[in-house]
Design a protein around this ligand. Structure first.
Ligand SMILES: Cc1cc2nc3c(=O)[nH]c(=O)nc-3n(C[C@H](O)[C@H](O)[C@H](O)COP(=O)(O)O)c2cc1C
Length: 150
């Protein structure tokens, strides 16, 4: 059965809410999901699954606090060539470091050989009254690109 591990980076809950909505939509399509609100790198399956990382950005392009230990562990791994992933970022274009956390984790995974199944989705909260609606619309094409749906 197809499965998606949804890895959340969020401080005020917006990215978490988007992740929860995507999880429900995937379940409705018969795809099992696991939401990781406090992600622990070593306890998340890498085989026969796709990782969907949904993160906001803080500070000067920093990761949200709840993602820091996950990123530390990820940074120390050499080979992720069997891992499929995609990234969704929530950010704000008034910052020079727009969506930098999403961009950084995307580059980090690619540098380890992980397989990007679709281009990153970047949501600018200044434009998005309901970021989850844009993410849900994106999900239909993502399911095809990722090979989870024909
Ligand atoms: C203190 C602070 C710093 C932020 N820094 C950035 C940033 O560097 N780049 C960016 O794109 N957005 C930045 N943002 C915007 C957040 O990423 C955006 O509001 C996001 O929707 C928050 O998601 P969350 O509720 O899941 O934490 C910042 C917001 C705050 C409050």
């Amino acid at each position: 059965m197809s499965s998606v591990n949804i890895i959340i980076g969020s401080q005020m809950g917006s990215a978490e809410y988007v992740a929860e909505q995507l999880s429900e939509a995937l379940n409705d399509q018969g795809i099992s999901t696991q939401l990781h609100e406090q992600p622990e790198f070593n306890s998340i399956d890498q085989q026969n699954t796709t990782w969907l990382i949904c993160t906001s950005t803080y500070g000067a392009g920093d990761y949200p606090d709840n993602l820091l230990s996950f990123i530390d562990d990820l940074s120390q791994v050499d080979d992720l060539t069997n891992l499929k992933y995609s990234v969704i970022g929530l950010g704000d274009t008034s910052y020079d470091t727009y969506n930098l956390a999403a961009r950084k984790v995307d580059s980090l995974l690619a540098s380890k050989g992980a397989i990007k199944v679709a281009q990153r989705l970047e949501l600018n909260i200044l434009d998005e009254a309901l970021p989850e609606e844009t993410a849900l619309a994106w999900l239909a094409s993502w399911l095809v690109e990722s090979g989870l749906k024909q």
